[in-house]
Design a protein. Structure first.
Length: 109
């Protein structure tokens, strides 16, 4: 059974968080790594996102696709893993651990 969480913030801390949440000049996001929260100036954040999404840039990590290939790639990988299972190159236990299911494309918030 799940245990309920206990609030460990003071009233002043709750008030400060509420004030930050209403501030339109900042962006509050979850950090890419770790269990942390990041507070950034909104203009700086938007510039970074624009640079990141500039698919014309030589340093971009993204490219424009005609359609989402996620499900197609998942099915292809599942098929290859089934072949390995069938020919004895992989155990059922390993297959169950590595076979992808319900893959979704990444989302930029």
């Amino acid at each position: 059974m799940c245990q309920s969480t206990q609030d460990n913030l003071t009233n002043e801390e709750h008030a400060a968080l509420s004030s930050l949440a209403r501030d339109d000049s900042i962006v509050i996001t979850k950090a890419d790594k770790g269990n942390a929260v990041v507070i950034q100036n909104k203009e700086d954040y938007l510039k970074k996102v624009q640079n990141l999404m500039d698919i014309e840039s030589k340093t971009s990590k993204f490219k424009k696709l005609k359609k989402d290939e996620t499900v197609t790639r998942e099915r292809k990988l599942q098929g290859r893993l089934r072949e390995l299972l069938k020919n004895g190159s992989m155990t059922k236990e390993v297959f169950d651990q590595v076979c992808p299911c319900g893959s979704k494309a990444g989302v930029l918030y």
